[in-house]
Design a protein around this ligand. Structure first.
Ligand code: MOS
Length: 712
């Protein structure tokens, strides 16, 4: 942030009638449905060189030789880069990004060479002709309870690894009801519609940026600041744009090795554009994934289900080359009241690709485990699952003791139960057979932290025609940010949304943080409000065309004094075929408390998408790693199944009316991730209720049910 940028104490946005709250259509809807929206790979000029990646076929070892001769003999091939010929990178502690610098191989699928050619076909054929030989070393690629022993320094993003309060063991010994079980979630891979892609040019003598990247990323400034030091450049010498992005789910939240590969390739052919498209198959090896988790949970309670002790040991895995510790047990720290609590995280360090963010990292697998455990407790105590959650509602944040900003889980549960018809639920499991289908219902709570990132600036400029240019380097990854930020700017300036000309997604614009952690709208929107209020203070209601103000918001002090979270309640109906074990989910309803909803149309889409992804995780998604070879063998959409239209039936997302001024001046909190949280647990709890079988892992697939079904 430049020192002269004013930091503004932001007032609430209170303009009536308001653009916020309107279901505006997406500002870029027409561009997208007519195919005019240009995604990263489409930014390449027709004479761009094509890069194709060569990736390791061993899980651990050394490259002993790379034979370029056949590849270079192939028509159209221009160059082959390997660790002996690629441009040098600066030292870095991020071993995921340091590629083609030495012969070491840390995981199967790691970039070991790349081919540049005049056409995509020649590049691909050339890559197949590069002869790589390896000296293989023994590897370990399987997560087990006995090898998850490494204690990380902290867990994502920078949270305590372990927490302890009271005496869990004594409380469990004294408890009238005890649950002690293990819950498992599968490896999952991010599969945004648009695979990762980047178009790069290196111009050492240019007056402008040395490196230009048109990238498919969730954060342009983040890419520039991560790549610049590796390349020996200042961040200002790296320009990154991301005009349209077809989803990310976290996999585009931080740069991965393919972006470095594109930069190295471009540096090898100065002045020429290089285009690099990551294939769907390569994504499973190089753009992050959700670690599998093993959650060992113990709950102690009084006979009425009121918790006295909560313990959650999360076992998961990281890559030996770079540590990533998923914060699986962190929602357990704040979700329910209990005087005695313990959480830990331990990792198996494996010779595998680097895990990373996937929609609600931590909350998604952690709340799955905790919310299925809550149903175990409900069954053990003979208490209705909704009632059990109501009885364990904490007055203040159990982890920090701070007051809540606006915890309204009880209203979500009650309103959801009412709308879903929960009161008609039989208390017995396996009680309803409708034709060939066992029918059950389940519930789970959802939560997600509210985050507003520092380091955002926005610029407001008066245009000649009474309109305003609003500029910020934020990225719309398909969420609707382009639409919503204009609505926020309009209300903050007190003018119609049609007068707002929004510019985003370029590092030449004021700095913006990642479209991640459900923090985008909160962070960027607050900066826009700050800039608008400062603009009015500077220039009044009738500014001269051309005048401009850049500002950022002052520190978010309420985040120090309040526990800031969003909440939700998810209700599912499951039907299980009595002979085949096929599971269908005819109804999936979520009720959320997420602060003010700025655009119901785009917000509902986020929440529904999260619900679908949670359903998909419950029934379908699994990246299946073969430990003998160390890679995910499911590496396309034929073998890695995601929910499609036929899997989704009656899906609903509702929310409470709110205006959370402690969170942001817009009153909003963030909606990108909470939809996936708890959803898999609600589905699994419904399946358990349908068939009366204790199930504690996802995905739950027919093979786990067949043979165990009632009557079989
Ligand atoms: Mo999201 S996993 O924070 O991009």
């Amino acid at each position: 942030m430049s020192p002269q940028t004013p930091q503004v104490e932001v007032d609430p946005v209170r303009v009536v009638p308001s653009e916020m709250g309107r279901s505006l259509e997406r500002a870029d809807g027409v561009e997208k449905v007519t195919g005019r929206a240009r995604y990263a790979i489409e930014q390449a000029p027709s004479d761009a060189l094509h890069a194709w990646l060569v990736t390791s076929t061993v899980a651990r070892g050394r490259v002993t030789a790379v034979d370029h001769s056949q590849a270079l003999a192939h028509p159209g091939v221009v160059a082959v880069l390997d660790h002996t010929t690629a441009p040098r990178l600066e030292e870095s502690d991020n071993a995921e990004l340091v590629i083609l610098q030495d012969a070491e191989v840390g995981y199967r699928g790691q970039i070991v060479a790349l081919v540049l050619a005049e056409t995509s076909e020649a590049a691909r054929e050339g890559a197949a002709l590069v002869g790589v030989t390896y000296a293989e070393r023994p590897h370990e690629a399987e997560l087990r309870e006995d090898n998850a022993v490494h204690r990380p320094e902290s867990v994502n993003p920078d949270l305590p690894t372990d927490t302890e309060e009271g005496d869990v063991d004594a409380a469990l010994a004294a408890a009238e009801v005890v649950v002690e079980e293990t819950y498992r979630t599968a490896y999952e891979s991010n599969n945004p519609l648009e695979p990762h892609a980047v178009v790069a040019r290196w111009e050492p003598d240019a007056e402008g940026p040395v490196l230009t990247l048109h990238d498919s990323t969730q954060g342009v400034h983040g890419v520039a600041t991560a790549l610049a030091p590796l390349l020996g450049l200042e961040p200002e010498q790296v320009r990154v744009t991301a005009s349209y992005v077809g989803g990310g789910f976290g996999s585009k939240g931080e740069p991965h090795s393919h972006e470095v590969a594109a930069a190295l390739a471009a540096r090898a052919v100065p002045g020429r554009w290089v285009r690099l498209a990551v294939t769907r198959q390569q994504m499973f090896a190089m753009t992050g994934y959700r670690t599998a988790t093993i959650s060992k949970i113990r709950l102690g309670a009084h006979a009425d289900g009121v918790l006295t002790a909560i313990e959650h040991h999360a076992l998961e895995q990281t890559s030996r080359i770079r540590e990533y510790a998923e914060q699986t047990a962190t929602p357990t720290r704040m979700m329910y009241a209990a005087p005695h609590r313990r959480t830990t995280h331990r990792l198996a360090r494996l010779d595998v690709t680097v895990p990373s963010w996937m929609r609600a990292p931590g909350e998604m697998p952690g709340m799955f485990a905790h919310e299925v455990a809550m149903d175990d407790l409900a069954i053990a105590a003979g208490v209705d699952p909704v009632e059990l959650r109501l009885r364990n509602e904490p007055e203040t944040d159990p982890e920090t003791g701070l007051p809540w900003n606006d915890r309204r889980l009880v209203e979500c549960l009650e309103r959801g139960a009412e709308g879903f018809g929960w009161s008609e639920r039989p208390s017995e499991a396996g009680a309803r057979l409708d034709g060939e289908w066992w029918v059950g219902t389940g519930v789970a709570s959802a939560t997600y932290p509210m985050m507003r990132q520092p380091g955002n600036q926005a610029r407001i400029t008066a245009l000649p025609d009474g309109c305003y240019a609003v500029s910020i380097g934020a990225v719309d990854i398909g969420t609707g940010a382009r639409t919503v930020l204009a609505q926020i700017a309009a209300d903050a300036l007190g003018c119609p949304v049609t007068t707002i000309d929004l510019e985003i997604a370029d590092t030449t614009l004021p700095s913006a943080t990642v479209a991640g952690g459900s923090s985008g709208t909160s962070s960027w929107g607050t900066a826009i409000v700050a800039a608008a209020q400062q603009f009015r203070a500077d220039h009044g209601p009738s500014p001269d065309p051309g005048v401009s103000t850049t500002a950022s918001a002052a520190e978010h002090r309420a985040a120090q004094t309040h526990a800031m979270h969003s909440f939700g309640a998810v209700f599912a109906e499951a039907r299980v075929h009595r002979l085949t074990g096929e599971v269908r989910v005819p109804r999936l309803h979520g009720v959320y408390s997420v602060g003010r909803v700025i655009n119901p149309r785009t917000a509902r889409s986020q929440l529904l998408g999260g619900l679908v992804m949670g359903l998909s995780a419950a029934l379908l998604e699994e990246s299946w790693r073969d430990p003998r070879f160390g890679h995910f063998v499911t590496q396309d959409l034929a073998t890695y199944h995601v929910a499609t239209h036929a899997d989704v039936q009656d899906l609903r997302a509702d929310w409470l009316e709110e205006d959370d001024q402690l969170a942001t001046p817009m009153g909003s909190r963030g909606i990108g991730e909470i939809g996936i949280v708890g959803t898999s647990a609600a589905v699994l709890n419904a399946v358990r209720h349908a068939v009366g079988i204790p199930l504690r892992q996802i995905p739950v697939t027919p093979d786990q049910l067949v043979g165990a079904l009632p009557g079989s």
